[in-house]
Design a protein around this ligand. Structure first.
Ligand SMILES: Nc1ncnc2c1ncn2[C@@H]1O[C@H](COP(=O)(O)OP(=O)(O)OP(=O)(O)O)[C@@H](O)[C@H]1O
Ligand SMILES: [Mg+2]
Length: 259
């Protein structure tokens, strides 16, 4: 049975997509069966993993708004070894459309993902940078949330809002939703600021903060333009080592949970 993990933070550009792609890939290389769900109209995870070929028109929009199932829409990728449900700009319209539904608008993604839970070990959802209905759908479908926090001055601002949203989703739609962990991204050990942000985040989230933190690493920012995860692009770089460490931590935590 798959563990469904949403990668969420309404703040833009904090490393959600980079973490989604490389955590999903890292878990795939650990031999886990992984489905990556691109749930952002920007389609960055789809492009970043090289799955945005023009002939395939079906995307996560068709999954949640129409009568399609994951197995009709997912694409199999060899390197990294995972399946992806792609997204494109059509998803931008879904928010307004579903807002008009009387019931069930928060559970559109959950209904579809629950049907393929037995095919995967992990389902990773890359969320958009907003707290609208798309994000609510992701949090309702998920068992847990990984929050990427960028090591910069305003890092903690907005986190309260995300925590309130998580609590609201717990109360209304998904009482089992948990915080899986917090991952520090774009960490620069040379700066006092990165260390301060790390201390602040650890003070608040304690053992929920992963030991693996993701350094600022130019290879990580280059790899999406080649349509590769960091493990195909440059497996030896610091970014690859960090995401391999994160994948191992996530895998281990969930193995222990099952035992
Ligand atoms: N550890 C890192 N080192 C260097 N660059 C990074 C790192 N992580 C992410 N980036 C770059 O920072 C930018 C934002 O990252 P990313 O797209 O992962 O953030 P996001 O939270 O998904 O953004 P959005 O909110 O727009 O969806 C991208 O250009 C990405 O390549
Ligand atoms: Mg993104």
């Amino acid at each position: 049975m798959a563990k469904i993990i949403a990668i969420s933070n309404q703040k833009g550009g904090v490393g959600k997509t980079t973490t989604s792609i490389n955590l999903a890939s890292g878990l795939g290389y650990l031999g886990k069966k992984v489905l990556l769900v691109d749930f952002d109209p920007q389609g960055n995870a789809t492009q970043g993993i090289g799955a945005s070929d023009a002939n395939s028109k079906l995307s996560v929009y068709n999954l949640i708004m129409e009568d399609y199932e994951v197995n009709q829409i997912k694409k199999k990728i060899q390197n990294p070894p995972l399946d992806i449900v792609p997204a494109n700009i059509s998803l931008a319209g879904a928010d307004l459309q579903m807002a008009q539904y009387d019931t069930g608008k928060e559970e559109l993604l959950k209904v579809k993902l629950d049907k393929v839970r037995d095919q995967y070990d992990f389902i990773i959802i890359d969320c958009p940078p907003s707290l609208g209905l798309l994000n609510t759908n992701a949090l309702t479908a998920a068992d847990s949330v990984i929050i990427p926090v960028q090591c910069e001055y305003y890092a903690l601002e907005g986190l309260m809002q995300l925590l309130l949203t998580i609590r609201l989703v717990q109360q209304l739609f998904n009482e089992k939703l948990e915080i899986e962990g917090v991952v520090l991204t774009m960490f620069d050990a040379r700066t006092k600021l990165s260390l301060e942000v790390q201390q602040e985040v650890r003070k608040h989230f304690k053992e929920k903060v992963y030991k693996s933190f993701i350094p600022r690493n130019v290879r990580l920012s280059e790899s999406p333009s080649r349509g590769m995860s960091i493990f195909e692009y440059d497996v030896r770089c610091e970014g690859a080592k960090a995401y391999a460490g994160l994948a191992a931590e996530v895998e281990k935590a969930n193995r222990e949970e099952k035992e």
